[in-house]
Design a binder for this molecule. Sequence first.
Ligand SMILES: Nc1ncnc2c1ncn2[C@@H]1O[C@H](COP(=O)(O)OP(=O)(O)O)[C@@H](O)[C@H]1O
Ligand SMILES: O=C(CO)[C@@H](O)[C@H](O)COP(=O)(O)O
Length: 497
Amino acid sequence: MTELRLVAGVDCSTQATKVLVCDAETGAVVREGRAPHPDATQVDPAEWWKAWETASDGLLDGVQAIAVGGQQHGMVLLDEAGEVVHPAVLWNDTSSADATTELIAELGGPEAWAEAIGSVPVPSFTVTKLRWLRDEAARSAAGGVAAGGDAAAMRREAARRAAAVVLPHDWMTHRLAADRSGIAGITTDRGDASGTGWWSPTTNDYRTDLVELAFGRQLALPRVAGPAEVVGETAFGAVIAAGTGDNAAAALGLDLQPGDVAVSLGTSGTAFARCAHPTKDASGLVAAFADATGEYLPLVCTLNAARVMSATAHLLGLELSAFDEAAITSSGSDGLVLLPFLDGERTPDLPHSTGLIYGLTRATMQPATMARAAVEGLLCGLADAVDALRDQGVPVQRVLLLGGGARSRAVQALAPALLGAEIVLPEPAEYVALGAARQAAWALSGAATPPTWQVPLGKPEPAITVDAATIRANYSQVLTSTRPLLSTPYPSPGSGQ
Ligand SMILES: Nc1ncnc2c1ncn2[C@@H]1O[C@H](COP(=O)(O)OP(=O)(O)O)[C@@H](O)[C@H]1O
Ligand SMILES: O=C(CO)[C@@H](O)[C@H](O)COP(=O)(O)O
């Protein structure tokens, strides 16, 4: 019997680290582990390392190659010695909303950014976080040494000491290498570099002038490794592949084909497709990301997806399974509209917004109606995302549902009508970690293309017939008419809170 060649894929996501050990030939998962991350938008990267150690404990025997897929955009600042100088500021931290507005204006508006990097930055993009830190440090310095207390002092010190800026997967990849010293030799890949705001998909290169624009000085940036490159070796003797951003890793795990759009319901909601050419969207809806194979990955991202369901379930005092049952058996939302912007929102660009419920009557103020409205609200946001991809010329033949939220039967049943496409449900699996494992197998093989791994399909819940046009029109009307309110910081100044 031939011995299995094993590879590992890691997903360092917002909520958890997940590790899969797979057969390099077939992709069959032979071992898996996971460990949670702190529920915060600024996190010490040491927490990711701790989670990785817990999640991978006892799994790594015989693993010959490894790669990391990571939540995109998070700003990890390092000093010359490679020490972290500030908690990583994650993609879902909206502190940089004002910095984003300023940066967009300073370069000459949304069109200038679309020309430079294919996308218009939102507060998720790393470039805006750099500007935020610079401004915070300057503000507290101007206010005197003690201004702002410990947090402000830390930011001043971080801005002074920062020598390099990297992303979560870059940091984890470097940390895995047995032979590393300071910031020398840190790598990233096109997929993750494309979410920084200082990498151009058209020139395939960094725009270091945009780092300077944001931070006022240059920082070292990781070398962009090739899709199948070996970038190091771990202490346990496995080769390390380049790794990538989590959505690019999921695209690789799913082996997306033309006409396929992946819709992921994790902490974020994302809709993305593989594409042979870069996109350029000055409206700011579609981000011009790169994929992990040398192509492109136009993507729309919302800040609120799976947690809309867990938060509503919590409100209703229901377990997730009971919430799901309530949403699916409800006779309908009857005009109850939930705008699901519980953590602010990125698409549409409303970083200061909160959630909103419209249409409460004695008839609609029922748990099952509320559960249905929550699922419809998050799907309406994702339907707008899929439409934005269509507007960029991305063909949408089938939608592949993934992420923790895709386990919801109500999501599966309502998605065909609301997303307006055939729904395919890949067998529930950790597709980011699987894609990272496939990249590791590719790097290990030295082949020109990634190995062929089958993606088993599950059977989605039967579709529920709903009046999708009316549900989407109601959602859109509530959003349009409350937009001025949702654009204002909440609680509003002077509210006494
Ligand atoms: N059956 C379900 N119904 C709704 N949400 C679910 C279900 N199972 C898991 N989730 C949610 O999925 C989320 C985790 O999804 P995941 O894709 O792992 O997120 P991330 O990659 O952001 O860490 C959690 O918020 C969890 O509550
Ligand atoms: O910001 C984006 C994409 O642009 C998010 O998709 C993050 O990459 C986080 O992903 P999850 O942890 O929700 O999977």
